[in-house]
Design a protein around this ligand. Structure first.
Ligand SMILES: C[S@@+](CC[C@H](N)C(=O)[O-])C[C@H]1O[C@@H](n2cnc3c(N)ncnc32)[C@H](O)[C@@H]1O
Length: 289
């Protein structure tokens, strides 16, 4: 049997349309439903081999004159496919678990960060359901910490000890995702997926789960789609993540500064506006320390 929704259908369609893998249709469906990649966007594609998402991401950037860029990273050496990819696509061979965030950020346009982070990474499946699910959560957590930073990762169930911390030299600051940016993470279904999604709901305007039509019926994969990154949440959680001595020290310094800023802000913005701006600048000041 081969109709829409069957494995054969998507495999044949990928061949017909010049995509290197059927996974292209998963991102095409997400793109159609959520418009994650805007023309001119900067996209980071984690686990990019063999390159079908690179093709869809590059197509979604629109014509070359609109600019934009796609950076793919994979354990396997992969060349950007010649069809549907152009000079805006580059690939890097590396293990995302060991890659320092600053090195990833340096790959973005002007080193400012990415507007979209995609992770289709999956572990080498062992067939042991719980082990595969745990490894997939670990990869997902690394994608999340690369995107939004370590400071915002609370514990997930009982598996805190197993959370990837990234390379030892990595600074515990923000991630590579720009404010307002979108994030997609592939996970294997398990009881931790809901917890994972709750963590993301705090930091994004919207977070939802999708099982694309092109997913094989035997697969347990599911995609967490997060839209509209709230950078402010990172700032507040980063403050909470500071050591108590640093918090007291910054608190004292900031109190003095704040009173001055509050007076100035209230003068310019009125009572409520003044308070809001003072808290905002104070959070920002502490988060960048
Ligand atoms: C399902 S494939 C990705 C398919 C790709 N999105 C496409 O459309 O062509 C998953 C990829 O994740 C990669 N991967 C798994 N763990 C990784 C890691 N730690 N660092 C980088 N890549 C990883 C694998 O090498 C594999 O190529």
């Amino acid at each position: 049997m081969s109709g829409a929704g069957t494995a054969d259908f998507f495999y044949r369609e990928a061949q017909r349309l010049g995509y290197v893998a059927r996974s292209a249709f998963k991102l095409l469906q997400m793109q159609k439903q959520h418009k994650l990649i805007k023309p001119g966007a900067s996209v980071l594609d984690l686990g990019c081999a063999p390159g079908a998402w690179l093709q869809v991401a590059c197509q979604s950037l629109g014509p070359l004159k609109h600019g934009g860029s796609v950076v793919g990273i994979d354990l396997k050496k992969v060349k950007a496919p010649s069809l549907h990819c152009d000079a805006r696509v580059q690939t890097v061979c590396a293990d995302v678990m060991n890659l320092v965030k600053d090195r990833v950020r340096a790959l973005s346009p002007q080193g400012k960060g990415f507007s979209v982070v995609l992770s289709d990474m999956c572990p080498a499946v062992s067939g042991i359901t719980t082990k595969d699910a745990a490894l997939s959560i670990e990869l997902g957590m690394r994608a999340l910490s690369l995107a939004v930073g370590q400071a915002v990762l609370p514990t997930l169930g009982d598996c805190h000890e197993e959370l990837p911390e990234g390379p030892a030299s990595e600074a515990n600051d923000g991630g590579v995702l720009l404010p307002g940016g979108n994030l997609v993470i592939k996970l294997l279904e398990s009881e931790d997926v809901q917890g994972f999604s709750q963590i993301c709901k705090l930091q994004f305007k919207k977070a939802s789960l999708l099982r694309p039509k092109a997913t094989r019926s035997s697969s347990r994969e599911i995609y967490l789609i997060c839209q509209g990154y709230f950078y402010e949440v990172h700032c507040v959680l980063a403050i909470l993540g500071l050591s108590s001595t640093r918090r007291i020290w910054y608190g004292l310094c900031s109190m003095v500064t704040s009173m001055h800023v509050l007076c100035a802000c209230r003068h310019v913005y009125g009572f409520v506006g003044g308070w809001v701006r003072m808290v905002w600048w104070w959070s920002l000041f502490l988060a960048v320390q």
